[in-house]
Design a protein around this ligand. Structure first.
Ligand code: GLC
Length: 542
């Protein structure tokens, strides 16, 4: 699956912002790349306080992106090219500009309108302290105080993300029913699935008790156990309800959970047969570039997904992460929290070697893989965007302490030798400035270069699709040095990744694809190769 962040994919109308006509025009590129489908980040009307994850109408298209007719055209054309389309549903919160929230503000305390959200009186003598100690993902308290219609300081509302993203109360029947209609609206239009944003946030412990963050006031959800606003049991009731709706439709309709939870055991609870179909593999995404760590997360993933009969997924990055080329070129290659490695110098040549190897590793693993736009071009993270163009609430809310995620959302370079690199018509500046150094990383430049990262992704996706017996073939580890990952997909493909400090001898094997040129039959450091498997597999056990 290929993730499209529509604002930064391609500008069809020449206003410096990506849009659906731009996406439509580049669907042939995606079909040619060899992906099976797209996941499109939010395309709904939104004030863009959080890059579109603050939705003000769940059943329409942002005018900046186009119209519902454009969305229909994207669905139709994608389907005609054999591409499935998953869209991004953001059900934990709305925009503060959504009519439901505006009505809640206007209606005042105790009104049915306020029951759609979490409005509470404050603590302290004047109610001027937040109702509890919950924190926001973007820093500070998760509560904001409103001014009541009569002009007095009033109640507080909950926002686990930005203040412009008030949380919905999913115990309120009106919320449930309205979202049933949202699901049907998009399924009726032909979308093949929904990515469920911030899925574990959707249920809150009754009574909204204080959370124990273990003294760390950061939104590190992987460290949270028994947290009152994350991964709360009742969340699963919502997904069961939605699965029942999806199952009434013909064809395959899939839910993908965005669920960063503490353990694989907690994650697979979202994937029970009557809940979601699949989920992003964040432990894999966050793993450092280290053989033992990768082997461990691969094994843990397979061990948790295989018994429940759900295909594993693999992902290296997204619109929320440091781009791999930059991350793998830093001393800190893990990304357990967005700030990991921030400020460290990145050796981009090293990062590129590793990111290419990481791509071959990911695409050789059993199950689904997600590619984020620009990953296939080997784009680095743009670390040096000027402060005044940054839009991420993470930057704004942290008073600049966190740079945030804009650096992975810089518009794609398509062609030409200077900005806007074919993203917009010449002379139009894209909404975030592209580095001049991207001239060698355009789709056009890389298409003409067999050694480019784009050519590597194309070749890998083609082989992955065209290799008999690969689909569903189990992973079997082969004997190897500790710092080498070497596995076969039983009888179909062998993948060798060299994370050590000396070349690895491939023993004259028939190499199908390699992320770096072999030197005298040996795989260089930070290289990966796909090799024709030997028969029988000299297995070392799982
Ligand atoms: C998800 C999205 C992220 C957004 C957040 C709040 O994590 O991927 O971009 O900021 O949810 O909706």
């Amino acid at each position: 699956m290929y993730q499209v962040y529509p604002r930064s994919f391609a500008d069809g109308n020449g206003d410096g912002e990506g849009d659906l006509p731009g996406l439509l025009a580049h669907l042939p590129y995606l079909a040619d790349l060899g992906v099976d489908g797209l996941w499109i980040s939010p395309w709904f009307p939104s004030p863009l306080a959080d890059g579109g994850y603050d939705v003000s109408d769940f059943c329409d298209i942002h005018p900046m992106f186009g119209t519902l007719a454009d969305a229909d055209a994207v669905l139709r054309e994608a389907h005609a090219r054999g591409l499935r389309v998953i869209i991004d549903l953001v059900p934990n919160h709305t925009s503060d500009q959504h009519p439901w929230f505006r009505a809640a503000l206007a209606a005042g305390p105790g009104s049915p309108e306020r029951r759609r959200y979490f409005f509470r009186d404050g603590r302290g003598p004047d109610g001027d302290e937040p109702p509890n100690n919950w924190i926001s993902a973007f820093g500070g308290s998760a509560w904001a105080r409103v001014t009541e219609p009569d002009g007095r300081p009033g109640q507080w509302y909950l926002h686990l993300f930005a203040p412009e993203q008030p949380d919905l109360d999913w115990t309120e029947p009106a919320v449930l029913y309205d979202f049933d209609d949202v699901l049907r609206f998009w399924f009726d239009r032909g979308v093949d699935g929904l990515r469920i944003d911030a899925a574990p946030a959707m249920a809150k412990k009754l009574g909204l008790p204080d959370a124990d963050y273990g003294g760390v006031a950061e939104f590190r959800t992987v460290d949270w156990h028994d947290n009152p606003h994350w991964d709360v049991e009742e969340v699963h009731d919502i997904f069961r309800r939605w699965r029942a709706i999806a199952d009434t439709y013909d064809g395959d309709r899939a839910f993908v959970a965005e669920a960063v939870v503490s353990t694989p055991a907690r994650l697979v609870r979202y994937l029970r047969p009557d809940e979601m179909h699949t989920a992003f593999n964040f432990p894999y995404l966050k793993s450092p570039w280290d053989a033992a760590a990768l082997r461990e997360v691969i094994d843990a993933t397979l061990a948790s997904f295989e018994p429940i009969g759900v295909p594993s997924t693999w992902v290296l990055t997204s619109h929320d992460e440091i781009r791999p080329v930059t991350r793998y070129g830093r001393p800190t290659t893990s990304s357990f929290f967005i700030t990991d490695g921030e400020g460290e110098e990145s050796d981009l040549a090293l990062g590129t070697r590793r990111a290419r190897a990481a791509a071959l590793l990911m695409l050789a693993l059993p199950g689904g893989a997600y590619i984020y736009q620009g990953e296939e071009l080997g784009l680095p993270h743009v670390d040096d965007l000027p402060d005044e163009v940054l839009q991420d609430p993470m930057f704004l809310r942290s008073g600049g302490a966190l740079r945030g995620r804009d650096g992975c959302r810089v518009p794609l370079p398509w062609s030409g030798s200077s900005p806007p690199f074919g993203f917009s018509p010449d002379g139009v500046l894209p909404w975030l400035p592209q580095p001049a150094s991207w001239a060698d990383l355009t789709v056009e430049a890389e298409s003409g270069d067999e050694s480019s990262t784009l050519s590597l992704y194309r070749a890998a996706l083609r082989l992955r699709r065209g290799t008999d017996g690969l689909l569903g073939a189990p992973l079997v580890w082969r004997e190897s040095a500790e710092e080498v990952l070497d596995f076969e997909r039983a009888g179909a493909l062998r993948c060798v990744v060299n994370l050590g400090d000396r070349p690895v001898d491939l023993g004259g094997s028939d190499v199908l694809l390699s992320s770096l040129p072999l030197v005298e039959g040996r795989l260089p450091v930070d290289g990966a190769a796909w090799v024709r498997p030997s028969d029988p597999v000299p297995a070392s056990g799982g």
